[in-house]
Design a protein around this ligand. Structure first.
Ligand code: 15L
Length: 269
């Protein structure tokens, strides 16, 4: 039987990295974004949908017949409050409500390390479900998304996994990412675990590779069957040669959110 999985924000950074890595025999990826999506490649089993996550009718149509939603859509950087409220918070509500109306049993929500950005890393390993300490409007929207997810899990019985993604890029781009990196291959492994783990209920977990310099816990992700195969240390030499060893007791490395926690990083309006 063919399964259909809806990915919102599929044209974004993480969506673009996941598209080829989540392709499977017997699976159709329904890719949704307001931005243009690259057309289907040869033999690629995709359906392309141009729509906003804030459009309830479009989201209901997009959720029809899917077995899971991977919700990556929304602003991925700090924005002023009105934009975050509309796209990230109302958009996430719309995705969950559309999924519920269409009987979609499972949603994977892309949360972020910025939901707990002000957590000090000196406190030791940060638990997957550490109490929210958002560092920006964007971080607040991820906490709100986790709350919406929890509501839909408890009230309507959806299985929901909130993945607090560290930094998902082809390779770590700076010293901080030596700790926070989620390799694309590990990202796909983690999403597969989120899609297949039986009866997860509501979970909050870190999306991170098993980096030597990691300070996010992998316990919650391991509990659903995730096995990381990557370590940012393989990419460390060039970054360390250029910048030297990071002082993890000082800004920007002493808090989970890095420079997002600095006083200059403030676009709140
Ligand atoms: C995020 O949540 C952002 O979406 C991404 O662009 C990165 O900046 C990442 O966090 C990070 O903290 O590296």
């Amino acid at each position: 039987m063919t399964e259909r999985i809806l990915i919102t924000g599929a044209a974004g950074g993480v969506g673009t990295l996941m598209r080829p890595r989540l392709a499977r025999e017997g699976r159709i990826l329904r890719l949704l974004d307001i931005a243009e999506l690259p057309p289907a490649g040869d033999g690629e089993a995709v359906e392309l949908v141009t729509a906003s996550v804030t459009d309830m009718a479009a989201m209901e149509a997009a959720c029809a017949g899917v077995s899971a939603v991977i919700h990556l859509g929304g602003h991925s950087l700090e924005r002023e409050w009105a934009d975050i409220l509309d796209v990230n918070i109302n958009g996430t509500y719309t995705v969950f409500e559309a999924a519920r109306r269409q009987g979609v049993p499972r949603v994977v929500f892309a949360s972020s390390n910025h939901a707990v950005g002000f957590a000090p890393r000196a406190d030791g390993e940060v638990a997957g479900n550490a109490f929210p300490r958002p560092d920006t409007n964007y971080g607040v929207s991820k906490v709100a998304g986790e709350a919406i997810a929890s509501h839909y899990a408890d009230r309507y019985g959806l299985d929901v996994l909130c993945v607090r993604i560290g930094s998902c890029f082809e390779r770590p781009k700076d010293l901080r990412m030596l700790s926070t990196w989620l390799s694309p291959a590990d990202g796909a492994r983690l999403l597969e675990a989120c899609l297949s783990t039986p009866d997860p209920g509501y979970r909050v977990l870190w999306g991170v590779s098993d980096n030597t310099r990691r300070w996010f816990s992998l316990e919650e992700a391991k509990a659903i069957g995730y096995v990381s195969q990557d370590d940012s240390e393989a990419h460390a030499a060039d970054l360390l040669a250029e910048h030297g060893e990071p002082d993890v007791s000082a800004s920007p490395h002493h808090l989970v959110g890095g420079i997002w926690c600095s006083p200059d990083y403030d676009t709140a309006k």
